[in-house]
Design a protein around this ligand. Structure first.
Ligand SMILES: CC(C)(COP(=O)(O)OP(=O)(O)OC[C@H]1O[C@@H](n2cnc3c(N)ncnc32)[C@H](O)[C@@H]1OP(=O)(O)O)[C@@H](O)C(=O)NCCC(=O)NCCS
Length: 224
């Protein structure tokens, strides 16, 4: 009888694309880069209210679009991030889960991290999850990852003047003022307050942050 051909064992996606193996855990929160399987839940979230006042100046330009457009563009955005990820420039789009439910996103990005050892970040939560300390804890978890595990020495952020919640998170994490800038976000001409935090000024979370899946392959990809 002819022998059955042996099927090769296929590698999992986290082996092929190392960010998919990364997980941060802090208190009730789990952060991991959004994977393909998370995108349907992500698009549901993108349709929900994120801002208290949808007409205020600090509303993200992408959020002003109709929900259908928002969903289509956010998917293109997620796929661009994956295809553009490498040591020259990267963004890890962490989804944020509280007790197993996706509630928002915490991005962290860098350009030429190996030379600059600097990260920038952006974040949002659905409106029903504001004001519970999650915004602060997810930023702190990202900063522990960047400072303690990647070896970053600076983390920068910015917020449109008047975005008091975002400013509140930055101050609560130990960021200091770092000048102003005109927004570089396409479609926005707002003035932003810049913030800077270093390992010395960082106000650490009250809970431990566990980091899993920072492999040699992922470090190489991030230049860390
Ligand atoms: C910005 C955002 C992520 C903050 O998350 P959050 O969970 O609401 O914030 P937290 O509850 O963790 O609050 C963090 C700190 O800000 C302070 N804060 C909250 N709201 C504030 C306000 N309106 N004015 C001043 N400080 C405020 C809190 O007191 C807290 O400080 P503390 O920990 O020292 O007490 C969330 O509000 C959001 O998604 N907003 C819409 C999107 C957005 O603006 N993203 C930022 C773009 S730059």
């Amino acid at each position: 009888m002819p022998e059955e051909p042996v099927q090769p064992v296929q590698p999992d996606l986290a082996t092929l694309h190392p960010p998919y193996g990364l997980v941060l855990r802090a208190g009730d929160l789990t952060l991991r880069p959004l994977a393909e399987a998370d995108l349907p839940e992500y698009t549901t979230l993108i349709r929900r209210p994120i801002f208290e006042d949808p007409h205020s100046a600090h509303v993200f330009p992408w959020y002003r679009a109709e929900p259908e457009t928002r969903v289509r563009e956010s998917l293109r955005f997620q796929w661009r991030l994956r295809s553009g990820l490498g040591p020259e420039q990267w963004t890890l789009p962490f989804g944020v889960w509280a007790d197993g439910r996706l509630i928002g996103c915490q991005d962290v990005s860098a350009e030429r991290f190996a030379q600059r050892c600097t990260v920038t970040s952006g974040s949002w939560l659905t409106l029903d999850m504001h004001g519970r300390g999650y915004g602060r804890l997810m930023r702190q978890a990202m900063l522990v990852f960047a400072f303690d595990h990647l070896g970053a020495v600076r983390a920068e952020s910015s917020a449109v003047l008047g975005n008091d919640r975002s400013t509140g998170v930055s101050r609560a994490c130990g960021y200091v003022d770092n000048g102003t800038q005109l927004s570089s976000v396409p479609g926005s001409d707002e003035l932003e307050q810049r913030f800077l935090v270093t390992p010395e000024t960082f106000r650490r979370p009250d809970v431990p942050v566990e980091v899993e899946g920072l492999t040699a392959a992922l470090r190489e990809l991030l230049g860390a």
